[in-house]
Write a protein that binds this ligand. Structure first.
Ligand SMILES: Cc1ncc(COP(=O)(O)O)c(C=O)c1O
Length: 436
């Protein structure tokens, strides 16, 4: 028994009671429950890094937009499935002003979070061509997106991009695409969990191969503008949020209100379908939908059957935030830069105490400080490290559950760790180092 910052016996007992065969391989929500159980007994505060919940307040402009709409009585009315009239032009403007991409309002659709956006994307993109029955993940990735495919009973393949950055990505991607069974390819950028950001060269490679093999790119930009190495906050001014949409018409974008707008509770995100893809006809869609047109099948097939649209008032809240951002009155990026600052400080504490960063560069540039970082400790697997850290009051998730092949790594999310916990974190990491 060691003199660990959290009572050794309690942690050990709670781990046993959890009946998880390997704690280190538990899902995010299982870790959340286990830590809650330990806290209930010890009363100690944990450095909670397992879950990607925003740790900042939602913007007033969104809340006010929503309150006003509720007072006008929107709660009793079904919203249009493809979005209320005020949100569609604001999404289109947002895409133009912050990405410099031209899209049509008809392809700008609110979704119940980027989570529903991905689910709906699979329902249509993965069934558009009967010969293409497999979705490809450029991993590591957001674990629930694979769970969605499992729930749907669809096939997927995945590879860890760690060893395939830059030009190496071309051959790797092509080795999947050339088999002819890949309907769509999905990745997040910035990436959850590794926080790598694809370079323009990499986005171009993805686009070129998507064009060559007619694969639909599902670009998940849940962490829009959160690569804080460049200031992406000025509407209509470069630099813009990097996107595959600069290089192909065969794309769908998934945006989220949850992270950069701290609006996770209202479950609102956005799907943007390229004008060409929206209009494109896929005869095989008729197997499932009344129309063979991609955009029509998405709205009146997928989004209708999933939830018949997105919460009415949340759409008004989101529209108000987008309008304020588009008008240059609300710098939504400035607010969340706090995450980058926290990451910078916390990463220093980890590396100062013998830990290593796992995904640490974007080819030739140090990785950005943002919502997540990945770390390891010499001589330990990620599963061992995760379990051991629980005795030190620190929780995270194993990278293996994200499709990463870095068996040694854990993912840390900085959002729930407040600055007044930094002293505790430093002390606990020091203790950990002392004991290991
Ligand atoms: C990469 C990625 N995509 C999508 C989501 C889901 O976002 P939302 O809350 O908008 O459903 C998350 C949330 O953690 C995420 O990390």
């Amino acid at each position: 028994m060691k003199d660990t910052p959290i009572n050794y016996n309690v942690v050990k007992q709670k781990i046993e009671e959890s009946r998880l065969p390997v704690v280190g391989n538990a899902t995010i929500r299982e870790i959340v429950r286990l830590v809650n159980e330990i806290i209930k007994v010890t009363g100690d505060r944990y450095i909670r890094m397992e879950m990607g919940v925003p740790g900042l307040d939602p913007p007033d402009v969104g809340i006010q937009g929503e309150i006003d709409a509720l007072k006008r009585g929107v709660a009793s009315k079904y919203p249009m499935i493809d979005g209320i009239t005020v949100i569609k032009p604001e999404i289109k403007r947002f895409v133009k002003l912050f990405m410099n991409i031209d899209v049509e309002e008809e392809g700008c659709l609110p979704t119940v979070g980027a989570m529903q956006g991905a689910f709906a994307a699979y329902l249509v993109a993965a069934r558009a061509n009967a010969e293409k029955d497999t979705v490809l993940f450029i991993d590591p990735g957001f674990p629930v997106q694979k769970m969605q495919l499992k729930v749907l009973g669809y096939k997927y393949e995945t590879f860890d991009v760690y060893d395939y950055r830059g030009e190496k990505l071309r051959e790797k991607l092509e080795s999947y695409f050339r088999n002819g069974n890949i309907s769509s390819v999905i990745y997040s950028n910035p990436n959850n969990p590794s926080w790598i950001c694809f370079t323009e060269q990499e986005l171009q490679i993805i686009a070129e191969l998507a064009n060559k093999y007619d694969v639909i790119v599902i670009e998940d930009i849940a962490y829009f503008a959160m690569d804080f190495r460049t200031d992406l906050s000025k509407p209509g001014e470069p630099p813009y949020q990097p996107t595959v949409a600069n290089y192909t018409d065969n794309y769908m974008l998934l945006l989220s209100g949850s992270k950069v707008f701290s609006y996770a509770g209202q479950r609102i995100g956005m799907m943007i379908i390229s004008p060409e893809l929206f209009k494109r006809r896929y005869p095989d869609l008729k197997r499932f939908f009344s129309s063979d047109q991609f955009g029509y099948a998405m709205i009146f097939g997928a989004l209708y059957t999933l939830s018949a649209g997105t919460c009415h008032s949340a759409q008004y809240g989101m529209a108000a935030m987008l309008k304020a951002a588009n008008d240059g009155k609300f710098n939504f990026v400035e607010v969340v830069k706090e995450y980058g600052e926290r990451a910078r400080i916390m990463k220093k504490m980890f590396t100062g105490n013998g830990f290593n960063m796992v995904y640490d560069t974007d080819i030739d540039k140090p990785i950005a400080d943002g919502f997540y970082f990945t770390f390891s400790y010499p001589g330990m697997t990620g599963a061992e490290l995760l379990e051991e850290l629980l005795y030190y009051g620190i929780s995270a998730i194993a990278l293996t559950i994200t499709g990463s092949e870095r068996l040694e790594g854990l993912r840390a999310c900085v959002s729930q760790v407040s600055r007044d916990q930094f002293k505790d974190l430093e002390y606990r990491l020091k203790k950990f180092k002392e004991h290991h």
